[in-house]
Design a protein around this ligand. Structure first.
Ligand code: F6P
Length: 541
């Protein structure tokens, strides 16, 4: 296959960009009054309006052609059928198996993994029911009132995002906290008002070797044992583990009967629907968790079967390529108009950037095009009063993904109408702006006119659903997972490894003893690092 920039569709897109790039959304909308209805797609209860993007129907045709020339269809089948597409780690990529219905068959090395998935789900459900009903008691016989998930990266961001997103469906008699940072403040603040006798820790780590998580887990164990006045026996009642590494779980002192497993074919950032979602299940119950999985699965089926031009994740992925590679946009802002999705942008940052932040292609050569767009965002309307200024009048193009829902989960007076008016207004203002003529017509003083002109022509997607519920959250996450996959295929990179995080870990492990040794260490770093280490050692109590 020719490299990305040598494919016929890429070359056609370059020529097409010269023509479409300068066009203004005002003119595109004026030329086609049906645009707002036609440049849309709907699946699995999610509606995508992509009409406020700087493109024409021809752009979509060419992007779809690029996807076809890039082998996207074969890539999708390879992923769903369990081929080892994570080539640098020689692993299958089967987060889709985590939400496959009972009775389906997905083979990894000749073994059907679907029954394994459901066995773990059933074990999680039995445990969640016992905790939620009060049948599972702590060391002193008290029921569990607090659940603290200890994990980082994919073992934290998905669970905390899902807990926040689905809080309205959660058991309010239980308190949930999430500890991720090795900064001891995170642990201290998470437990400061908790009673150890009523507190259950879930140590979530795929590898069970991650230094942040293991440090927090040991601190939690000390806190729990000290608070209970008990011994190691209490650990069995107050600690469970989610991991692929039974040996390390056992070494930590957690009975492996209280371990919930998953598999190396689940990437950390794709694991919120595995046993890593145990805290989510404790919060919303096994039934709610199964709805979440059903939502994921519905989007999986859509991604696998829908024609690319109507395929939501494919369209979203291709739009990312269009802006990132042709317009040179470096970032995408994700702007949920739903307070419960406040951690969704942070979750997406790991999903998108740890997946596609790569400059080496699958065949080991450097890319000659940009990859991995930067994702960021905050819920609306808050962001409107902080960084939207730059999106409206700054010098950089920032495509936006707006996410909105027809119904609020807490309807109060006019709030939701005002919220929705704002998301619609922002997309409208970004696209169409305000011309010099319009500003002048409003009687603005001449010197002020340039400041009050909005160029417009700033692109956005509108992702719309009925209401935020477990199934819808599953659909939304799967939408972005598969958009990331689509981009990874086109860019020809391994979206499922993360070698870029290794060097920092290795260097930190080298520095730790240099900070802790009683004897002055022989420092051989660069002069800046040496100097900072000396400064820290001097300040240490
Ligand atoms: O350092 C990156 C990373 O490996 C992520 O990919 C992963 O989600 C996170 O660390 C946590 O890893 P673990 O679940 O093994 O503790």
């Amino acid at each position: 296959m020719p490299t990305l920039t040598e494919r016929a569709a890429w070359k056609a897109l370059e020529a097409h960009f010269d023509e479409v790039g300068p066009m203004h959304l005002r003119d595109l909308f004026a030329a086609d009054p049906t645009r707002g209805a036609t440049l849309t797609a709907e699946a699995a209860g999610l509606f995508l309006d992509y009409s406020k993007n700087r493109l024409t129907a021809e752009t979509i045709k060419l992007l779809v052609q690029l996807a076809e020339e890039s082998g996207l269809a074969a890539g999708i089948e390879a992923m769903f059928s369990g081929e080892k597409i994570n080539v640098t780690e020689k692993r299958a990529v089967l987060h889709t198996a985590l939400r496959a219905p009972k009775g389906s068959t997905i083979l990894v090395d000749g073994r059907n993994v679907v029954p394994d998935v459901h066995e773990v789900l059933d074990k999680m459900a039995a445990f969640a029911d016992r905790v939620r009903s009060g049948a599972w008691t702590g060391h002193t016989g008290k029921r569990i009132r607090n659940v603290v998930n200890i994990g980082i990266g994919g073992s934290d961001l998905g669970p905390v995002m899902a807990y926040e997103a689905l809080r309205s469906y959660s058991d309010r008699a239980l308190t949930f906290r999430y500890v991720s940072n090795v900064d001891s403040t995170d642990f201290a603040e998470a437990v400061h008002d908790l009673n150890p006798a009523e507190t259950l820790f879930i140590v979530s780590s795929k590898t069970f070797t991650t230094i942040e998580t293991m440090t927090n887990a040991h601190t939690a164990r000390d806190w729990s044992i000290a608070g209970l006045g008990g011994g190691a026996a209490s650990v069995a009642k107050h600690f469970v583990a989610v991991s692929t590494n039974a040996a390390e779980v056992g070494k930590f002192g957690i009975d492996t009967a209280n371990m919930f497993g998953f598999w190396d074919w689940v990437g950390g950032r794709y694991s919120m629907d595995s046993a890593i979602g145990l805290s989510t299940m404790l919060a919303i119950g096994p039934g709610g968790f199964r709805q979440l999985l059903a939502g994921f699965h519905e989007m999986d089926e859509h991604f696998r079967t829908a024609p690319f031009a109507q395929n939501l994740p494919v369209l979203m992925g291709l739009l990312g390529i269009w802006y990132g590679n042709f317009f040179g946009a470096a970032t995408v802002a994700v702007l949920p108009y739903e307070q419960y999705l406040k951690r969704f942008p942070a979750y997406l940052q790991q999903l998108t950037m740890e997946s596609n932040g790569k400059y080496i292609t699958l065949d080991g050569t450097p890319v000659d095009y940009d990859t991995g767009v930067i994702y960021w965002g905050e819920p609306g309307t808050n962001g409107q009063h902080s960084f939207y200024q730059l999106i409206h009048q700054g010098t950089r193009m920032i495509p936006c993904d707006f996410i909105a829902f027809s119904h609020s989960l807490n309807p109060l007076g006019r709030h939701h109408d005002i919220l929705i008016a704002n998301v619609l207004a922002q997309a409208e203002a970004l696209a169409f702006g305000k011309t010099r003529e319009q500003v002048e017509a409003g009687g603005t003083a001449a010197w002020l006119v340039p400041h009050r002109v909005f160029e417009g022509n700033r692109p956005s997607n509108m992702i719309w659903a009925d209401r935020l519920d477990p199934a819808t959250l599953g659909k939304l996450v799967a939408l972005y997972e598969h958009a990331v996959f689509t981009q990874g295929i086109l860019w020809g990179i391994d979206s499922f490894d993360q070698w870029g995080v290794e060097l920092g870990k290795v260097l930190a492990n080298r520095i730790i003893p240099e900070l802790e040794s009683a004897k002055e260490p022989n420092l051989t770093h660069d002069s800046s690092t040496n100097n900072l280490i000396r400064r820290y050692r001097k300040a240490k109590p």
